[in-house]
Structure formats: structure tokens, C-alpha cells
Ligand binder design. Structure first.
Ligand code: B1M
Length: 215
């Protein structure tokens, strides 16, 4: 498992691919390979990224390696019906075509065990609402990179309030021009500075939601 984690951290997708197949053939469970190999490797990538030890290109290369491993794991997990820790809808808002950061967040979320439905770029309120209706996510994640498009996040949240569905979802927002204050002002649950924070925040909020549901 350690070798898988190291190959993932170094972004060696061919080695992650081969080691994942090998581990599964040797009888390790898909969950063990995912948790102790892939996800633990990705967790280190997240920490290094957060601490500015590695940067976007390295994260994208590790994310590609993660995908190579997950391609063998996902079919086994979906056959076994193992639940993801939560479902996230992620999309860049209307008028905005930037998607590098959003893709990074999506990959890191997947790496942490979330199911991610990526809506891509240029999403209207209607597109978000339709996806919420059909996918029933725990989390709505919105990204904006332009000062001209970030106010659209409020349009989405206000529409959710109008429709009485705001509290049915955890709303997380991110993007370079945003900050904590903006997140609060538009009524999001949290602003996420980067992909690592987005994963930590998503885990925390989903945990809270599940605990509240149990109580
Ligand atoms: Co654009 N662009 N761009 N651009 N572009 C910026 C954002 C800009 C700051 C550059 C500048 O002028 N210095 C500027 C915005 C200025 C402003 O609004 N005040 C700008 C502009 C003006 C434009 C155009 C208008 C240029 C033009 O056509 N005249 C145009 C707009 C197009 C449109 O969207 N309608 C445009 C176009 C483009 C490209 C197509 C060329 C390209 C995008 C390619 C793509 O995404 N596929 C591009 C790029 C690459 C940039 C810069 C250089 C880099 C953005 C990036 O990918 N950063 C950017 C300058 C900059 O930011 N330094 C710039 C790396 C990425 C990993 O970081 O996206 O911040 P980021 O994501 C982070 C966090 O913010 C957070 O986690 C991520 C990972 O840590 N995060 C989330 C992001 N989304 C999240 C969602 C979450 C949680 C966390 O949800 C839960």
C-alpha cells in the first residue's frame, strides 16, 4: 500500500495503475487499496499542496495517477454497493469558463472518497437546480474566478432560498477572488480557500449532517 501511495505522490500513473492491479490480484480488498494506498497518498498530496511544498502541476499529475488507480477500484465498489462518504455537485458559475481550480477540487474530493458530479463550466441557476433535483447531493460546490461572475453565486443561493430548498444542501464556494466575508455575505455555508481546505470542509460538514440526521 505504501508503494501505491508513494507512486501516487510522485505522480507515476503507470506505476499506480500496475500496483493497483497487482494488489487486487494479490487479494487486497478494493477498500484497502483505495484507503491505505490511493487516498492516503492523496492526503499527503493535499497537505503538501496546502503548505506550498508542491503546486498545481504536481497536484494535477498526482490526480491523474489517482484516476488510473480508481479506474480499477470504482467498478468493484459500485458492484459491492459501498457508499461514498457523500455526493458533491461541482460547477463553475454562469459566464465563467475557468475550470482548472474546480477540476482540482473535484479530483481531490474524489480522492477523499466523495462521489463528484462535475457540471463543468458556465452553469445557470437552472442547471444547478436540475442537478440537485436529479442527483440529490449532500453538497453543492460552486466556483468563480472573475469578479464579474462571483455575484452569480448569490443568485443561485437566493433562488434556493426562494424555493425553500436552501437548507437541504451544504453550499460550499471557492475561487481566487472570493474570501470568507463574501462567502458569509451570500449565504454559503463555507468559503474554501483551496482544494485541500475544500476537502476538509466537505468532510466536516457531511459529518455534521449525518450526525444531525442520526440525532
Ligand atoms: Co482568466 N482571468 N480570463 N483565463 N485566468 C484570471 C482569473 C485573472 C485574475 C487574470 C488576471 O487578470 N490577472 C482575471 C480575472 C480578473 C478579475 O475578475 N478581476 C482573468 C480574466 C480577466 C480572464 C478573461 C476575461 C480574459 C479575457 O478574455 N480578456 C477571460 C474570461 C473568460 C471567462 O471565463 N468568461 C479569461 C480566460 C482565461 C483562460 C481561458 C485563458 C484560462 C482558463 C483556462 C481554464 O480554466 N480551463 C485563464 C486562466 C488560466 C487564468 C489564470 C491565469 C489562472 C487561473 C487558474 O487556473 N488558477 C487567472 C490568474 C490567476 O488566478 N493567477 C486568470 C489555478 C487554479 C488551481 O486556482 O482557480 O484559484 P483557482 O482554484 C483554487 C482555489 O481558488 C479553490 O481551489 C482551487 C485549487 O486550490 N477553488 C475552489 C476554486 N474553485 C473552487 C470551488 C470550490 C472550492 C474551492 O467549491 C467548493
Amino acid at each position: 500500500m505504501q508503494e501505491i501511495a508513494i507512486a501516487l505522490i510522485t505522480g507515476d500513473n503507470k506505476r499506480v495503475d500496475a500496483l493497483t492491479v497487482q494488489a487486487l490480484e494479490q487479494g487486497f480488498s478494493a477498500n484497502t487499496v483505495m484507503d491505505d494506498g490511493l487516498i492516503s497518498g492523496m492526503a499527503i498530496v493535499g497537505i503538501k499542496f496546502r503548505d506550498n511544498i508542491i503546486f498545481v502541476p504536481e497536484v494535477l499529475i498526482s490526480a491523474r495517477a489517482m484516476k488510473a488507480g480508481m479506474a480499477h477500484i470504482e467498478p468493484i465498489l459500485s458492484e459491492a454497493g459501498i457508499e461514498p462518504i457523500g455526493t458533491v455537485i461541482m460547477g463553475t458559475v454562469k459566464g465563467d469558463l475557468h475550470d482548472i481550480g474546480k477540476n482540482l477540487v473535484s479530483m481531490m474530493m474524489e480522492g477523499a472518497g466523495f462521489e463528484v458530479v462535475d457540471l463543468g463550466i458556465n452553469n445557470s441557476v437552472e442547471a444547478y437546480l436540475e442537478a440537485m433535483e436529479t442527483e440529490g447531493p449532500d453538497i453543492l460546490g460552486m466556483s468563480a474566478l472573475l469578479t464579474t461572475t462571483m455575484p452569480y453565486m448569490k443568485v443561485v443561493i437566493d433562488t434556493m432560498v426562494e424555493q425553500g430548498i436552501r437548507d437541504d444542501y451544504i453550499v460550499l464556494v471557492g475561487g481566487a477572488p472570493l474570501n470568507e466575508e463574501f462567502g458569509k455575505a451570500i449565504g454559503a455555508d463555507a468559503y474554501c480557500r483551496d482544494a485541500a481546505v475544500a476537502v476538509e470542509t466537505a468532510k466536516e460538514w457531511v459529518g455534521r449532517k449525518h450526525n444531525a440526521a442520526k440525532a
